[in-house]
Design a protein around this ligand. Structure first.
Ligand code: WT7
Length: 654
């Protein structure tokens, strides 16, 4: 958690810049007051901006903790993101401007997108996909990834996108959890000049995925040499995207979906070893994504918008695909790394494509700071007018750098707090009306009701507490796929007798002016470079290694990544600590889960600090990893263990 003292000293304020407020989508704070009084009215107004096949009967049916929004209404998300823009000047407007890491480029207008989505939808139908079936997407950030998501939406199939950096095992578990019948992947993707062998990973996963009948493979790297080897096509199961595309009808009629029909499942980590399949539905999700896109980013027709997230995360779903496209925006997509071939790649992209709105993560901002201002300064960023931050708390220093060096002190910054589960931005400035403070996500979005509560459920007017969302919102998760009991216990059981209070797992602070400062997770979930990783997942991967007897994983503060992963490991009899074993364990975790879960520190220990009932005391391990004085050790079975661990850790660091 962030240092409260540092935040308490942050008193700088930034009102909307001159000239911004006058032209802003939201310039009148009265909107907030109206929405606070009548959230359902506000959301119904936003939902009405979408195209519906049939109107809803009820805005909200709330049987805590289960919500149904816009019941009776029917719509199609892909039609809202594509077809709807074809009767008018947006038809020939760029929907996607794409740049691959090697520098290849493609632009798809809304009309191009329409044709591609139709063909892809036809291919899925041809492969037997029907309304309600699950389709996995494991792709690099190429236009086909967006097309694949929209193609699923068009035929009412439920997509589950798995980040391309995840391991075959992680892909396998997600496919099996929701029983996907088709997988869409690519032969590979580019990352830092190398090919990520997606098809080979997919094949390894599919060896244990009995439900998958067909694989659709985009040719991304083939023909360029080594890439060819990455796609061994399995006869009858695997189909090249470009070959099948030539054989199916060019048009594919959309399914008219119920508002509460599933749009997608996206897996995210929790406090157990098993990721949760977060379920989002059609009408409410699209309403939330579209409304926040328009109002938080102050979207205008001529904007060129760039969100640097990958489609494997919720940010990619809501602010790369559904939010911007539902608003008819022009989006930039970039496949690769921010420092490839040089640390100015992002700024070169902004300048070349005239980016006006830029949305990225604090971890990236801190890396840019480290790489040096000159990489930013040498590019023309004069088109930029709004900056966004998401994924983790942004430290005031990074905020100020973003404001001064990237925004040239002209652009408002929206620090947006939300989660995979919330579907859309929940706590955020509105750039035309909110005076921002560096490091504060400020206030709830219109129609969102949030409060700071203590563990007994009493409201904390000023000071630290637990963040709670106290009223349902349209883009909220509806359940966890296949495990509604876990939905109830994880999110709606924090305050006994109050199944109406959503607990996001974050701690926060409210200052004297009523501003919210998100402090970070209060559960056993880490946020490493803006990505959520459960300590239990890393622990299970470690104990899966033959040399490991027991493992405990905690987070520690990391200058760039926000948090780093520290693992404390005891070995089986006959195994001995060594540098080689340490490297081997780190690689083992990367192979089991994905590179993003690779531990930064591995400390071998003869024993772990436990209570007399055998529970590992992570609190003390966190103290050790942070290099802090040890907290209360009186409940330990053997206090000597923790003292010796601390000495070892410090010896290793030093
Ligand atoms: C967790 C959600 C939502 C997109 C990316 C992450 C942290 C997210 C902020 C922010 C402070 C933030 C929270 C949250 N978080 N945005 N602006 N300020 N913390 O999605 O993987 O679902 O993680 O990210 O801890 O609970 P996610």
């Amino acid at each position: 958690m962030r240092d409260l003292d540092v935040l308490l000293q942050e008193h700088r304020t930034f009102p909307p810049p001159a000239g911004f407020r006058e032209r802003a989508r939201v310039a009148d704070p009265a909107l907030l007051a109206r929405a606070a009084e009548d959230p359902e009215g506000f959301w119904a107004g936003e939902a009405a901006a979408l195209q519906w096949d049939a109107p809803w009967d009820t805005v909200l049916r709330w049987t805590p903790p289960h919500a149904r929004w816009f019941e009776g209404g029917r719509l199609n998300a892909a039609v809202n993101c594509v077809d709807r823009h074809l009767d008018g000047p947006r038809r020939n407007k760029a929907a996607l401007i794409w740049e691959g890491e090697p520098g290849d480029r493609r632009t798809l207008t809304y009309w191009d997108l329409y044709r591609e989505v139709n063909v892809a939808a036809s291919m899925l139908r041809h492969l037997g996909v029907r309304r309600g079936d699950r389709v996995a997407i494991y792709m690099p950030l190429v236009p086909e990834a967006v097309v694949a998501m929209l193609a699923c939406a068009r035929i009412g199939a439920v997509h589950t996108v798995v980040f391309g950096g995840f391991s075959p095992e992680s892909l396998r578990d997600r496919i099996n959890d929701c029983g996907c019948t088709v997988l869409i992947t690519a032969d590979g993707g580019y990352r830092r000049g190398a090919v990520v062998p997606l098809k080979r990973n997919a094949d390894a996963a599919l060896a244990e995925c009995p439900t998958v009948k067909h694989v659709l493979v985009v040719r991304r790297v083939g023909g360029t040499g080594p890439g060819e080897a990455h796609a061994q096509m399995v006869e009858g199961r695997d189909h090249w995207w470009h070959e099948l595309a030539a054989q199916v009808p060019a048009e594919c009629a959309p399914e008219s979906m119920e508002a509460e029909d599933l749009l997608f499942i996206l897996y995210t980590s929790g406090t157990t070893g098993k990721p949760k399949g977060i379920v989002h539905t059609t009408g409410g999700y699209l309403t939330g994504a579209a409304a926040t896109m328009k109002l938080v980013f102050d979207l205008r027709e001529e904007d060129v918008y760039w969100c640097t997230a990958d489609i494997g995360w919720i940010t990619g779903h809501s602010y790369l695909v559904y939010g911007p496209l539902a608003n008819g925006a022009t989006c930039l997509l970039y496949e690769g790394a921010p420092d490839w071939p040089a640390p100015d790649r992002f700024w070169a992209l902004c300048a070349r494509h005239g980016v006006t709105i830029f949305y990225t993560a604090p971890t990236a901002i801190r890396a840019f700071m480290k790489w040096g201002d000159h990489h930013v300064a040498k590019h023309d960023l004069s088109r930029l007018r709004l900056l966004g931050s998401v994924g983790e708390p942004i430290n005031p220093e990074a905020w100020m750098w973003y404001h001064q060096v990237v925004g040239r002190a002209r652009c408002p910054i929206v620090d947006t707090w939300w989660q995979t589960e919330t579907g859309a931005i929940m706590i955020t400035p509105l750039p035309g009306v909110t005076t921002t403070k560096p490091g504060s996500a400020t206030h709830p979005f219109p129609g969102v009701r949030a409060a700071l509560l203590d563990s007994a459920g009493a409201e904390v007017p000023v000071g630290g507490g637990l963040l709670a969302i106290t009223h349902p919102w349209p883009s909220m998760l509806r359940t966890i796929w296949g495990d509604d009991a876990r939905y109830v216990s994880t999110y709606f059981s924090k305050w006994p007798g109050r199944p109406d209070l959503y607990f996001p797992g974050d701690g926060a602070k409210k200052d004297e002016d009523g501003y919210l400062w998100i402090l970070g997770r209060v559960d056993d979930v880490l946020n490493v470079a803006g990505h959520r990783i459960g300590t239990m997942e890393v622990e299970s991967a470690l104990v899966d290694h033959p040399a490991v007897a027991e493992a405990a994983v905690v987070g520690r503060t990391h200058e760039l990544k926000g948090q780093a992963i520290a693992a404390f490991v005891t070995l089986r009899a006959g195994q001995h600590p060594s540098g080689t074993l340490r490297d081997d364990l780190r690689e083992h975790v990367a192979r089991k889960i994905g590179a993003l879960a690779r531990p930064d520190d591995v400390l071998f220990s003869a024993d772990l600090p436990k209570t007399r009932s055998g529970k590992i005391m992570r609190r003390l391990l966190r103290d050790i990893a942070e290099g802090r004085a040890l907290g209360d050790t009186t409940t330990l079975a053997d206090p000597a263990v923790v003292a010796s661990l601390k000495d070892q850790y410090e010896a290793q660091e030093g």
